[in-house]
Design a protein around this ligand. Structure first.
Ligand code: SAH
Length: 216
Protein backbone atom coordinates (compact mmCIF):
# COMPACT_ATOMS: atom_id res chain seq x y z
CA UNK A 1 0.00 0.00 0.00
CA UNK A 2 1.07 3.59 -0.56
CA UNK A 3 -0.27 6.70 1.17
CA UNK A 4 -3.99 7.49 1.48
CA UNK A 5 -4.93 3.80 1.44
CA UNK A 6 -4.11 3.47 -2.26
CA UNK A 7 -2.89 0.09 -3.47
CA UNK A 8 0.44 0.27 -5.27
CA UNK A 9 -0.58 -1.42 -8.51
CA UNK A 10 2.67 -0.53 -10.27
CA UNK A 11 4.75 -2.61 -7.90
CA UNK A 12 2.18 -5.43 -7.91
CA UNK A 13 2.44 -5.46 -11.70
CA UNK A 14 6.26 -5.53 -11.64
CA UNK A 15 6.09 -8.43 -9.23
CA UNK A 16 3.63 -10.27 -11.48
CA UNK A 17 6.02 -9.92 -14.43
CA UNK A 18 9.00 -11.15 -12.41
CA UNK A 19 7.44 -14.05 -10.52
CA UNK A 20 4.71 -15.29 -12.88
CA UNK A 21 6.21 -14.58 -16.31
CA UNK A 22 10.02 -14.19 -16.33
CA UNK A 23 10.41 -16.96 -13.76
CA UNK A 24 8.54 -19.26 -16.14
CA UNK A 25 9.16 -19.29 -19.88
CA UNK A 26 8.11 -15.80 -20.98
CA UNK A 27 11.22 -14.27 -22.57
CA UNK A 28 9.90 -12.25 -25.52
CA UNK A 29 10.79 -8.58 -24.85
CA UNK A 30 7.67 -7.20 -26.59
CA UNK A 31 5.39 -9.46 -24.54
CA UNK A 32 7.14 -8.52 -21.29
CA UNK A 33 6.94 -4.83 -22.22
CA UNK A 34 3.20 -5.06 -22.90
CA UNK A 35 2.46 -7.08 -19.74
CA UNK A 36 4.45 -4.51 -17.72
CA UNK A 37 2.52 -1.60 -19.15
CA UNK A 38 -1.14 -2.62 -19.39
CA UNK A 39 -2.95 -1.75 -16.15
CA UNK A 40 -4.73 -5.06 -15.61
CA UNK A 41 -6.59 -3.81 -12.51
CA UNK A 42 -8.59 -1.45 -14.74
CA UNK A 43 -9.98 -4.44 -16.69
CA UNK A 44 -11.61 -6.26 -13.75
CA UNK A 45 -14.68 -5.34 -11.65
CA UNK A 46 -13.94 -2.72 -8.96
CA UNK A 47 -14.65 -5.05 -6.03
CA UNK A 48 -11.88 -7.46 -7.08
CA UNK A 49 -9.33 -4.90 -8.34
CA UNK A 50 -6.95 -5.74 -5.51
CA UNK A 51 -6.74 -9.33 -6.85
CA UNK A 52 -5.99 -8.29 -10.43
CA UNK A 53 -2.30 -9.29 -10.31
CA UNK A 54 -2.67 -12.69 -8.69
CA UNK A 55 -1.58 -15.83 -10.50
CA UNK A 56 -5.00 -16.94 -11.78
CA UNK A 57 -8.10 -16.10 -13.82
CA UNK A 58 -10.80 -13.76 -12.43
CA UNK A 59 -14.54 -13.35 -13.08
CA UNK A 60 -15.51 -10.34 -15.25
CA UNK A 61 -19.31 -10.68 -15.22
CA UNK A 62 -21.79 -12.40 -17.58
CA UNK A 63 -20.29 -15.74 -16.46
CA UNK A 64 -17.00 -14.97 -18.24
CA UNK A 65 -13.41 -14.74 -17.03
CA UNK A 66 -10.22 -12.80 -17.73
CA UNK A 67 -7.40 -15.33 -18.24
CA UNK A 68 -4.49 -15.83 -15.87
CA UNK A 69 -1.64 -13.35 -16.67
CA UNK A 70 0.70 -16.20 -17.62
CA UNK A 71 -1.75 -17.56 -20.21
CA UNK A 72 -2.24 -14.08 -21.74
CA UNK A 73 1.54 -13.69 -21.95
CA UNK A 74 2.12 -17.19 -23.36
CA UNK A 75 -0.51 -16.72 -26.07
CA UNK A 76 0.95 -13.32 -26.96
CA UNK A 77 4.51 -14.67 -27.08
CA UNK A 78 3.58 -17.69 -29.22
CA UNK A 79 1.86 -15.46 -31.80
CA UNK A 80 5.27 -13.85 -32.56
CA UNK A 81 3.60 -10.63 -33.69
CA UNK A 82 5.44 -7.63 -35.14
CA UNK A 83 4.84 -3.88 -35.01
CA UNK A 84 3.23 -3.80 -38.45
CA UNK A 85 0.79 -6.68 -37.82
CA UNK A 86 -3.00 -6.61 -37.90
CA UNK A 87 -4.44 -9.10 -35.43
CA UNK A 88 -7.92 -10.60 -34.99
CA UNK A 89 -9.11 -11.66 -31.53
CA UNK A 90 -12.23 -13.75 -30.88
CA UNK A 91 -13.56 -13.27 -27.32
CA UNK A 92 -12.95 -9.65 -26.26
CA UNK A 93 -14.17 -10.25 -22.70
CA UNK A 94 -12.73 -7.43 -20.60
CA UNK A 95 -10.52 -6.15 -23.44
CA UNK A 96 -7.32 -6.99 -21.52
CA UNK A 97 -5.76 -9.37 -24.07
CA UNK A 98 -6.64 -6.89 -26.83
CA UNK A 99 -4.89 -4.11 -24.89
CA UNK A 100 -1.78 -6.27 -24.42
CA UNK A 101 -1.62 -6.95 -28.17
CA UNK A 102 -2.34 -3.29 -28.94
CA UNK A 103 0.89 -2.29 -27.17
CA UNK A 104 2.84 -4.40 -29.70
CA UNK A 105 1.04 -4.42 -33.06
CA UNK A 106 -0.40 -1.93 -35.56
CA UNK A 107 -4.06 -2.78 -34.98
CA UNK A 108 -6.32 -5.23 -33.18
CA UNK A 109 -9.80 -6.28 -34.34
CA UNK A 110 -11.74 -8.03 -31.59
CA UNK A 111 -15.18 -9.67 -31.56
CA UNK A 112 -17.32 -10.45 -28.49
CA UNK A 113 -20.59 -12.39 -28.57
CA UNK A 114 -22.01 -11.00 -25.27
CA UNK A 115 -23.33 -7.53 -26.07
CA UNK A 116 -22.83 -6.07 -22.61
CA UNK A 117 -19.17 -7.20 -22.51
CA UNK A 118 -18.53 -5.86 -26.03
CA UNK A 119 -19.92 -2.43 -25.15
CA UNK A 120 -18.13 -2.25 -21.80
CA UNK A 121 -14.79 -3.28 -23.31
CA UNK A 122 -15.17 -0.80 -26.19
CA UNK A 123 -15.88 2.02 -23.76
CA UNK A 124 -13.01 1.02 -21.46
CA UNK A 125 -10.43 0.73 -24.25
CA UNK A 126 -11.48 4.12 -25.63
CA UNK A 127 -11.21 5.80 -22.22
CA UNK A 128 -7.77 4.25 -21.67
CA UNK A 129 -6.58 5.57 -25.04
CA UNK A 130 -6.24 2.30 -26.98
CA UNK A 131 -7.10 3.90 -30.32
CA UNK A 132 -5.78 0.96 -32.37
CA UNK A 133 -8.35 -1.54 -31.04
CA UNK A 134 -11.66 -2.06 -32.87
CA UNK A 135 -14.40 -3.91 -30.98
CA UNK A 136 -17.37 -5.59 -32.66
CA UNK A 137 -20.38 -7.33 -31.09
CA UNK A 138 -21.15 -10.62 -32.84
CA UNK A 139 -20.36 -14.30 -33.32
CA UNK A 140 -16.64 -14.57 -33.92
CA UNK A 141 -17.03 -17.92 -35.67
CA UNK A 142 -17.37 -15.96 -38.91
CA UNK A 143 -14.30 -13.82 -38.27
CA UNK A 144 -14.25 -10.26 -39.65
CA UNK A 145 -14.22 -10.75 -43.45
CA UNK A 146 -14.10 -7.04 -44.38
CA UNK A 147 -10.84 -6.59 -42.43
CA UNK A 148 -9.21 -9.89 -43.50
CA UNK A 149 -6.61 -11.22 -44.05
CA UNK A 150 -4.88 -11.04 -40.66
CA UNK A 151 -1.23 -11.62 -39.77
CA UNK A 152 -2.31 -13.44 -36.60
CA UNK A 153 -5.50 -14.66 -34.94
CA UNK A 154 -6.07 -15.34 -31.24
CA UNK A 155 -9.13 -17.14 -29.91
CA UNK A 156 -9.71 -16.78 -26.17
CA UNK A 157 -12.69 -19.16 -25.80
CA UNK A 158 -12.40 -22.95 -26.05
CA UNK A 159 -13.75 -24.40 -29.30
CA UNK A 160 -14.43 -28.05 -30.19
CA UNK A 161 -12.63 -27.51 -33.50
CA UNK A 162 -10.85 -24.74 -35.41
CA UNK A 163 -13.44 -22.61 -37.27
CA UNK A 164 -12.74 -22.78 -41.03
CA UNK A 165 -13.59 -19.08 -41.62
CA UNK A 166 -10.74 -18.15 -39.26
CA UNK A 167 -8.26 -20.34 -41.14
CA UNK A 168 -9.43 -18.69 -44.38
CA UNK A 169 -8.89 -15.20 -42.93
CA UNK A 170 -5.32 -15.92 -41.79
CA UNK A 171 -2.49 -14.80 -44.11
CA UNK A 172 -0.15 -17.44 -45.51
CA UNK A 173 2.70 -17.75 -43.05
CA UNK A 174 0.41 -16.44 -40.30
CA UNK A 175 -0.18 -17.93 -36.86
CA UNK A 176 -3.32 -18.64 -34.89
CA UNK A 177 -3.59 -19.65 -31.26
CA UNK A 178 -6.75 -21.35 -30.02
CA UNK A 179 -7.82 -23.57 -27.10
CA UNK A 180 -9.38 -26.72 -28.57
CA UNK A 181 -11.28 -29.46 -26.78
CA UNK A 182 -14.61 -30.54 -25.28
CA UNK A 183 -16.62 -28.03 -23.20
CA UNK A 184 -15.94 -27.89 -19.46
CA UNK A 185 -12.98 -30.23 -19.75
CA UNK A 186 -9.26 -29.79 -20.10
CA UNK A 187 -8.43 -28.47 -23.56
CA UNK A 188 -5.19 -28.07 -25.45
CA UNK A 189 -3.79 -24.68 -26.34
CA UNK A 190 -3.09 -25.21 -30.04
CA UNK A 191 -0.72 -23.20 -32.21
CA UNK A 192 -1.74 -23.23 -35.89
CA UNK A 193 0.61 -22.21 -38.69
CA UNK A 194 -0.82 -21.56 -42.14
CA UNK A 195 1.52 -22.82 -44.83
CA UNK A 196 1.28 -22.55 -48.63
CA UNK A 197 -1.28 -25.34 -49.02
CA UNK A 198 -1.87 -26.80 -45.56
CA UNK A 199 -1.92 -25.98 -41.87
CA UNK A 200 0.39 -27.35 -39.21
CA UNK A 201 -0.79 -27.62 -35.61
CA UNK A 202 1.16 -28.00 -32.40
CA UNK A 203 -0.28 -28.65 -28.92
CA UNK A 204 1.33 -26.29 -26.41
CA UNK A 205 -0.14 -26.95 -22.95
CA UNK A 206 -3.37 -28.20 -21.35
CA UNK A 207 -5.66 -25.30 -20.41
CA UNK A 208 -9.15 -24.50 -19.16
CA UNK A 209 -11.16 -21.86 -21.01
CA UNK A 210 -14.78 -20.69 -21.05
CA UNK A 211 -16.66 -22.23 -24.00
CA UNK A 212 -16.81 -20.82 -27.50
CA UNK A 213 -20.53 -20.22 -27.96
CA UNK A 214 -22.56 -19.76 -31.15
CA UNK A 215 -25.42 -17.42 -32.06
CA UNK A 216 -28.76 -19.27 -32.12
N1 SAH B 1 -9.75 -12.16 -23.91
C1 SAH B 1 -10.59 -11.89 -22.75
C2 SAH B 1 -11.01 -13.15 -22.01
C3 SAH B 1 -12.17 -13.68 -22.67
S1 SAH B 1 -13.08 -14.99 -21.95
C4 SAH B 1 -9.93 -10.93 -21.80
O1 SAH B 1 -8.77 -10.60 -22.00
O2 SAH B 1 -10.61 -10.48 -20.88
C5 SAH B 1 -13.78 -15.54 -23.49
C6 SAH B 1 -14.77 -14.60 -24.13
O3 SAH B 1 -15.15 -15.19 -25.37
C7 SAH B 1 -16.05 -14.43 -23.33
O4 SAH B 1 -16.24 -13.06 -23.08
C8 SAH B 1 -17.13 -14.99 -24.24
O5 SAH B 1 -18.35 -14.30 -24.16
C9 SAH B 1 -16.49 -14.84 -25.62
N2 SAH B 1 -17.01 -15.71 -26.68
C10 SAH B 1 -17.40 -17.00 -26.59
N3 SAH B 1 -17.81 -17.46 -27.79
C11 SAH B 1 -17.65 -16.42 -28.68
C12 SAH B 1 -17.91 -16.27 -30.08
N4 SAH B 1 -18.43 -17.25 -30.81
N5 SAH B 1 -17.62 -15.07 -30.64
C13 SAH B 1 -17.12 -14.05 -29.91
N6 SAH B 1 -16.89 -14.14 -28.58
C14 SAH B 1 -17.14 -15.31 -27.97
Amino acid sequence: MTGFGQTDYTSKRKQMVTTQLKARDIKDPATLYAMSNVRRHLFVPKNIQSQAYRDGPLPIGSGQTISQPYIVALMTQELQVKQTDRVLEIGTGSGYQAAVLAKIVDSVYTIEIVKNLALTAQDRLKKLGYTNVNVKWGDGYHGWPSKAPFDAIIVTAGADSIPQPLIDQLKKGGRMIIPVGPNNAVMQLVLVKKMEDKIITKNLIPVRFVPFTRED
